[in-house]
Design a protein around this ligand. Structure first.
Ligand SMILES: NC(=O)C1=CN([C@@H]2O[C@H](COP(=O)(O)OP(=O)(O)OC[C@H]3O[C@@H](n4cnc5c(N)ncnc54)[C@H](OP(=O)(O)O)[C@@H]3O)[C@@H](O)[C@H]2O)C=CC1
Ligand SMILES: CC(=O)N[C@@H](CCC(=O)OP(=O)(O)O)C(=O)O
Length: 358
């Protein structure tokens, strides 16, 4: 198999090191470069001893010329705004970009600027960017494979962890027309690695351990991203009431959504719609009727599990829940899934390892 050279930018971050781990085990990708500004000159396995024996790479600075010399594809596991600085430079040098940050996810630069409180410095790239949630937008990602084959350097905006789980939970109800109205309520819970490697008062062990709390209430920056996806799936303008919670888990994310059922819809209709939607999806499982997903079932994997029920005794509400690993399907694994499609590889290459059982 031809090997494609890959660079991970932000390789010492939690999402970045998970991309490194997946690339190191991938049969068609070769990790040729990993960057970090503070740790440049240090071996990656000195920062993450769990990689000892698997990787001898020395971290370097994220300089576009060096990345273009070393790699055909760059995974940007950097905070938002850092990608705005790097992406145009890399595309101009012919490097394909798989961006894990939020910088190119929102189609409308004005919405980005309103929620991220910073100017979008390359809005001209947004119309060429594809939102990398293959289960909902596979054709768009696949188009990038054709554009890359024709010689273009392409850009995938990999979704956020909360938007991934929330969209996978709500999409079958909206796409099938079984949910009515324009409102989705989403309560989501994330493990602490979702906040990255840095520590603050909210994520400090002494505060986050043994405690669960809502944060970003009524103002979290994933709100417009979720609304954008759900509106596209539903074919009408949707709004979301999105409440994220931080829970004492290292990794794992669960999003539970509530939608109004259309008149006459039965529990069997809803279950059948979810089973149909994910029947051919290798990385998403619709659980049997009566089952709801657990984050432990997808820990360390590229997979998502979705469960659904209809509360038809009172307000006729569809309740659906999706579990992912925030660093897996919520970040690094989804990035590799998108890279596989862009590179013309089977979509699940390097991604099918099951979760440890305990
Ligand atoms: N953690 C998660 O579960 C998820 C994360 N993501 C996204 O992935 C990206 C990375 O997140 P995460 O791994 O959690 O973050 P971390 O804070 O753990 O890591 C960020 C990494 O980026 C590097 N970095 C920071 N600023 C710059 C810069 N200006 N230029 C180049 N490199 C930079 C950091 O190293 P240094 O500063 O030394 O260069 C570090 O290696 C973010 O956009 C995040 O939103 C998406 C989904 C889920
Ligand atoms: C637990 C936690 O703090 N999670 C992060 C989101 C995780 C993420 O990575 O989102 P982006 O990819 O959009 O940056 C937060 O709420 O900001």
């Amino acid at each position: 198999m031809e090997r494609v050279r890959a660079c991970v930018v932000g390789a010492t971050g939690y999402a970045g090191v998970e991309v490194c781990r997946l690339v190191l085990a991938h049969p068609a990708l070769e990790l040729t470069m990993a960057t970090d500004r503070k740790e440049a000159g240090t071996r990656l396995d000195a920062v993450y001893p769990s990689l000892a024996g698997a990787c001898e790479i020395v971290l370097s600075l994220p300089e576009p010329d060096a990345i273009a010399a070393a790699a055909d594809v760059a995974f940007l596991a950097v905070p938002h705004t850092a990608s705005l600085a790097l992406t145009p430079e890399l595309l101009a040098r012919g490097v394909n970009v798989i961006d894990l940050s939020a910088d190119y996810r929102l189609h409308d630069p004005a919405v980005y600027e309103a929620w991220y409180a910073t100017p979008h410095t390359s809005p001209e790239l947004l119309s060429q960017t594809v939102y990398g949630l293959p289960e909902l937008f596979r054709a768009g990602v696949a188009e990038l494979a054709a554009r890359r084959a024709a010689g273009e350097a392409v850009l995938v905006a990999v979704p956020g962890c909360y938007p991934t789980a929330t969209a996978l939970a709500a999409a079958p109800a909206l796409a099938s027309g079984l949910a009515t109205g324009d409102l989705v309520i989403a309560d989501a819970i994330s493990g602490v690695s979702g906040a990255g490697r840095g520590c603050n008062a909210r994520t400090h062990f002494c505060h986050a351990n043994e405690s669960v709390e809502a944060y970003g209430v009524a103002k979290h920056r994933h709100t417009p991203e979720i609304e954008q996806t759900l509106s596209e799936v539903a074919g009408r303008e949707m709004s979301v009431v999105f409440t994220p919670h931080l829970a004492p888990l290292t990794r794992g994310l669960l999003s539970t959504v509530y939608l109004e059922a259309a008149p006459g819809v039965t529990a069997e209709d809803v279950q059948a719609a979810y089973e149909r939607a994910y029947a051919d999806e290798p990385l998403v499982t619709a659980l049997p009727a009566g089952s709801m997903p657990a984050t432990s079932s997808v820990f360390g994997t590229a997979r998502a599990q979705v469960g659904v029920a209809l509360d038809d005794r009172r307000r006729r509400t569809i309740v659906a829940s999706c579990a992912i690993d925030n660093l897996g399907k919520g970040a690094a694994a989804q990035a590799v899934q998108c890279a596989n499609i862009v590179l013309g590889l089977p979509e699940t290459t390097g991604l099918l390892a099951p979760a440890p059982l305990v």
